[in-house]
Ligand binder design. Structure first.
Ligand code: NAD
Ligand code: IPM
Ligand code: MN
Length: 355
């Protein structure tokens, strides 16, 4: 039996609920494929921050950096911390400090009934399935918090938010997207930016051509992000791999989630090959759902699948995806997917569907 050391940060809101429900399912899938998850729980959350003033202490960061194979995170965000300081330190802090430059967000429709798009309006771009992956740059863009505020409280108040696009940062996410496309038999990569308005983004186009030249079998296409938002709604089936900036990737991945049933079923992985990954559903802490027992655990289960895949347990990952596919078809489903099931009932059904 192989072992993987996994740190669990339930976090805020529905985070702990979906993690508690999903973890036994993920562990069971791993175990049947010869992998034991050796888990430890870490308390970092809004509660912990409000009680102790601590967001993510350095020792905890070093422990996560040096001693674990993966981190599974529920969600962070709490109305009692309106400035979101703890999430910035924990979630963005881990992304930046572990240099997890790939935010990998698969967007696959598990069942036609989950699509909000009218089937008769959908064009068939050569394939009928919505199945694309977003490679979201994860360590720069507008997310570094660089900028300045001036003359606060006067009529001249101004806030400048800087967007960082480095050659190294842009090249490595584009390279990752092409490499993944090539390894997974994909034939097209779409790069999205807003370089018609933001001249400092032109490096994206340059590097896209330069790196794409090394992948002659993969077609390149460019879409401005506004046009891509439209096209993703009109013809989502034609996209395979999308590579984009941190901010546009954030927005497009919620749009993508909307195409496949919502945030309750959208998974993500923050990766740097060779390092421990940070695995978190795309959704947040969903304050209105807290304590109601109706949060969908599927996003966290599918996030677990991404984790198992990175841990070398592809068979376990596939089992989790199949289980979600089955339960989406058969129920029970939580209210976000049109059912009346609870978090626990769905998790139980997923466990039974592992087969
Ligand atoms: P959200 O993802 O929490 O909720 C958006 C909508 O999706 C809500 O209607 C919610 O009920 C629904 N939803 C989300 N997850 C669901 C699930 N598992 N099952 C069923 N429905 C689900 O986004 P928000 O409301 O914009 O943000 C709430 C808080 O979460 C904010 O503090 C935000 O900063 C934070 N946030 C954190 C993360 C993260 O930790 N990765 C991601 C996004 C937002
Ligand atoms: C996400 C979230 C985060 C982001 C927030 C909570 C900072 O929306 O993981 O998609 O913008 O990256
Ligand atoms: Mn987001």
């Amino acid at each position: 039996m192989k072992k993987a050391r996994i740190a669990i940060i339930g976090g805020d809101g529905i985070g702990p609920e979906v993690v508690d429900a999903a973890l036994p399912v993920i562990e069971a899938a791993a175990r049947t494929e010869g992998l034991t998850l050796d888990t430890e729980r870490l308390p970092y959350s809004a509660d912990h921050y409000l009680r102790t003033g601590e967001t993510l202490p350095d020792e905890a960061f070093e422990h996560l950096r040096d001693d674990v194979d993966g981190i599974l995170l529920g969600a962070l965000g709490d109305p009692r911390v309106p400035g979101n300081e703890h999430a910035r330190d924990i979630l963005l802090g881990l992304r930046f400090r572990l240099d997890l430059y790939i935010n990998f967000r698969p967007t696959r429709l598990f069942h036609p009934k989950l699509s909000p798009l009218r089937a008769d309006r959908r064009t068939d771009g050569g394939s009928t399935a919505i199945d694309f992956v977003i490679f979201r740059e994860n360590t720069e863009g507008q997310y570094l918090g660089k900028g300045r505020s001036e003359s606060i409280g006067t009529p001249d108040e101004v806030h400048v938010s800087e967007e960082i696009n480095t050659r190294k940062g842009v090249a490595r996410i584009i390279e990752a997207a092409f490499a993944w496309a090539a390894a997974h038999g994909k034939t097209r990569v779409t790069m999205s930016d807003k370089s018609n308005a933001i001249q400092f983004q032109r490096i994206w186009g340059r590097l896209f051509q330069e790196i794409g030249d090394r992948y002659p079998d993969i077609q390149r296409e460019h879409r401005y992000v506004d046009a891509l938002a439209l096209e993703l709604v009109r013809e989502p089936e034609r996209f395979q791999v999308i590579v984009t900036t941190n901010l546009y990737g954030d927005i497009l991945s919620d749009l993508g989630a909307g195409l496949i049933g919502g945030l309750g079923i959208a998974a993500s992985a923050n990766l740097h090959p060779g390092r421990p990954g940070l695995y978190e559903p795309v959704h947040g802490s969903a304050p209105p759902l807290v304590g109601k027992g109706v949060a969908n655990p599927m996003a966290t289960v599918l996030t677990g699948a991404l984790m198992l895949e990175q841990l070398g347990c592809a068979a376990g990952a596939m089992k989790l995806e199949r289980a979600v596919e089955r339960v989406v078809a058969s129920g029970p489903l939580t209210p976000d997917l049109g059912g009346s099931g609870t978090t626990r009932e769905v998790a139980r059904a997923l466990l039974d569907a592992l087969g």
